[in-house]
Design a protein around this ligand. Structure first.
Ligand code: ADP
Length: 629
């Protein structure tokens, strides 16, 4: 906290020393990121990978959700195909068993009918139709025996012909049964006798019997299940079965019905669905399990939304936490900064507990340092004011000692002469001779009184006592030291010091006396600025023309006109408690050193005092002090 008479020597290139009473600078932090920003970056650095990871997981979850739905409809479709096939295998087994019935081989149709009616009890809702190779029905368990029977429907008769040709069981696509009066299906078994086609045996079932296999009671919401025959007509449908059975399925599905897999189609109602299609190798029929795309996507989006919201909430919470922590850190730091500013102005600040151990320790350390510094500064201030006082006392002491010493002689003489006068006045007769003696004594008294006055005038010569102690000194060093002493003394007076010292010359001086001059001039300058708004002092030392010129300029009240002419006379003062000795002593000291001292008014306000001293050498007399800060 040294007010720093900045001794940047050499050139006059340093216009500004550090101010004696520095205010807290507006931007001490320089560039760089604040703690708040750094913590924010930390949060971003921590949460960004976490967010990315959570988004990857969320995406994976959504993908799985989608896959699970796809698998679910695929499995459902496969299991329903298995159930349909199992039902058909049952019909085929019954049909094949009847096809090899002995009564059929012998042509005993009455016996065969009885056998068929028994067999049909294991085919729920089923019936048996037996036709000859022309398509004429011979037995129909739906129509009582003896009643006339119709011919087979042309499509069924065509199936029969193909069955005879291929000698395989034929799966009947859905048709409207004229006898059952409902959409029907079934299996057709060609019966040969002696290797020749004899009968076409049909196990018929209503299409509705496949409806129960769709399991739609336990289907998830938004699912639609349907079975279509090899021509793409609906055999069973979980929704609107009665209205749509036998009708062609949706075109999109029919186009892809011969291969297994997932297809994006529309239902007959026009709703977009994802359909898992499974083709039965036994019947050539297909089972489609469709899930509404809107519902499917809704589930995925719900998962995305919940997980995304959770991630965002975690990020926001981390951000808020970071902001809170940053505040817990920055507030005490700001308090420290404020405390430092106050301390510079000589005030103290008390810090509260932050409950952050490191910060509390720092605050306590600062507090302790501040307490010590304040105590130290108080001690220094006391010392300075004592120094100030002592300098005044020393002037007075010097004067008093000189007065006592010099006045002693004339006063003693005065007392002796006055005694002589008394004695002469008592003498009788008081003749001319005594009158003459009396005149001589009064003349001597007058002379001694004049001498006493002369002594007071010549008091300034006392300072020449130090002449014998002169040494060659660095002009810069002498002035710097003196300036620093005065500035330190004026530390709390809110004065800005600038100094510009040429350190290249040496002078032969009594250092203490020259420093007393500088000290006096700076002290006067500070006192002259007491009521000034702007308080600045410029100390300049320049070398030239075989002389070192030192100037001390202030921004004070300026020279009072009534004193300007007798500024350097003893007892010339405008101050209430001033003695008017300082400047006269300064002049005596400077003149005793073969120099000159004078003062000028500064047009903008203020005064500049200058004094010169002869240079003894242009080389630096000694080492320059390092620059003070
Ligand atoms: P004192 O300080 O005791 O008055 P000085 O001899 O030091 O005695 O100063 C004499 C007078 O010169 C001061 O009273 C003041 O009026 C005037 N003076 C001295 N220095 C300055 C200055 N820097 N600015 C204005 N007036 C000054």
């Amino acid at each position: 906290m040294d007010a720093g008479a900045n001794a940047s020597a050499a050139t006059a290139a340093e216009p500004h020393c550090r101010p004696a009473t520095g205010a807290v600078g507006p931007d001490r932090g320089g560039g760089g990121l604040t703690i708040r920003h750094r913590l924010f970056l930390l949060v971003v650095a921590c949460t960004a990978p976490m967010l990315l990871l959570s988004f990857a997981i969320i995406w994976q979850l959504a993908h799985r959700e989608r896959e699970t739905s796809r698998q679910a409809i695929t499995y459902a479709s496969r299991s329903i195909v298995s159930a349909v096939d199992a039902q058909f295998r049952h019909y085929i087994a019954v049909g094949q068993a009847l096809a090899i019935s002995p009564s059929l081989q012998t042509g005993d149709l009455a016996a065969f009918r009885a056998e068929a009616e028994r067999a049909m009890t294991v085919v729920p809702g089923g019936w048996l139709t037996l036709a000859d190779t022309t398509g004429q029905q011979l037995v129909n368990t739906l129509i009582p025996a003896g009643e006339p029977l119709p011919r087979l429907a042309p499509a069924v008769a065509e199936d029969g012909r193909r069955a005879f040709a291929s000698k395989t069981v034929k799966i009947a696509d859905v048709v409207f049964g004229p006898v059952a009066k409902a959409p029907v299906t079934g299996i057709g078994v060609p019966v040969f006798r002696g290797g020749e086609p004899a009968y076409y045996l049909l196990v018929g079932v209503p299409a509705a019997s496949f409806r129960a296999l769709l399991n739609d009671g336990r289907m998830p919401e938004g699912w639609l299940v349907a079975v279509i025959d090899s021509r793409g007509n609906l055999v069973a449908r979980s929704r609107d079965h009665d209205r749509l059975v036998g009708q062609p399925a949706a075109a999109g599905w029919r186009a892809a019905m011969h291969r297994d897999g997932l297809i994006e189609t529309e239902t007959l109602e026009g709703r977009p669905v994802l359909t898992a299609n499974t083709v039965s190798p036994l019947t050539g029929w297909a089972v489609g399990v469709a899930s509404e795309r809107a519902l499917l996507e809704a589930r995925v989006w719900r998962t995305l939304a919940v997980a995304g919201l959770a991630s965002v909430m975690v990020s926001v919470a981390s951000g808020l936490l970071a902001a809170w922590i940053a505040r817990r850190i920055t507030v005490p730091i700001q308090a420290l900064e404020t405390g430092a500013g106050l301390l510079e102005r000589g005030e103290r600040v008390r810090f509260g507990e932050t409950r952050v151990p490191e910060i509390d320790r720092a605050l306590h350390a600062f507090d302790a340092a501040a307490a010590e510094l304040t105590a130290h500064e108080r001690a220094v201030a006391t010392l300075q004011s004592e120094l100030w006082h002592v300098s005044r006392l020393s002037e007075m002491g010097q004067m008093a000692a000189a007065l006592a010493h010099e006045l002693n002689q004339p006063l003693t003489a005065l007392a002796v002469y006055v005694g002589g006068c008394e004695r002469l006045m008592k003498a009788d007769p008081f003749d001319d001779a005594r009158r003459e003696q009396m005149r001589n004594l009064l003349k001597a008294i007058s002379d001694q009184a004049l001498r006493a006055g002369e002594i007071i005038k010549q008091l300034r010569s006392f300072v020449q006592k130090g002449e014998g102690e002169r040494r060659v000194e660095s002009a810069g060093k002498v002035m710097r030291e003196a300036a620093r002493l005065a500035m330190t003394a004026a530390k709390h007076k809110d004065v800005t010091f600038r100094c510009n010292v040429d350190d290249t010359a040496s002078i032969l001086v009594n250092k203490v006396q020259i420093q007393q001059v500088v000290f006096n001039l700076i002290r006067n300058a500070i006192e002259a600025m007491e009521t000034s708004a702007r308080r600045e002092i410029d100390v300049t030392v320049v070398v030239g023309d075989g002389q070192v010129e030192t100037s001390i300029a202030d921004t004070g009240c300026g020279l009072a006109p009534e004193i300007a002419a007798r500024l350097f006379m003893p007892f010339a003062s405008t101050k209430t408690h001033g003695m008017g000795i300082g400047l006269s002593v300064c002049r005596d000291i400077i003149e005793a050193h073969r120099g000159r001292i004078w003062a000028d008014s500064i047009p903008d306000g203020g005064t500049v005092f200058r004094f010169t001293l002869p240079v003894v050498s242009s080389d630096p007399a000694d080492d320059s002090e390092p620059t003070e800060t």
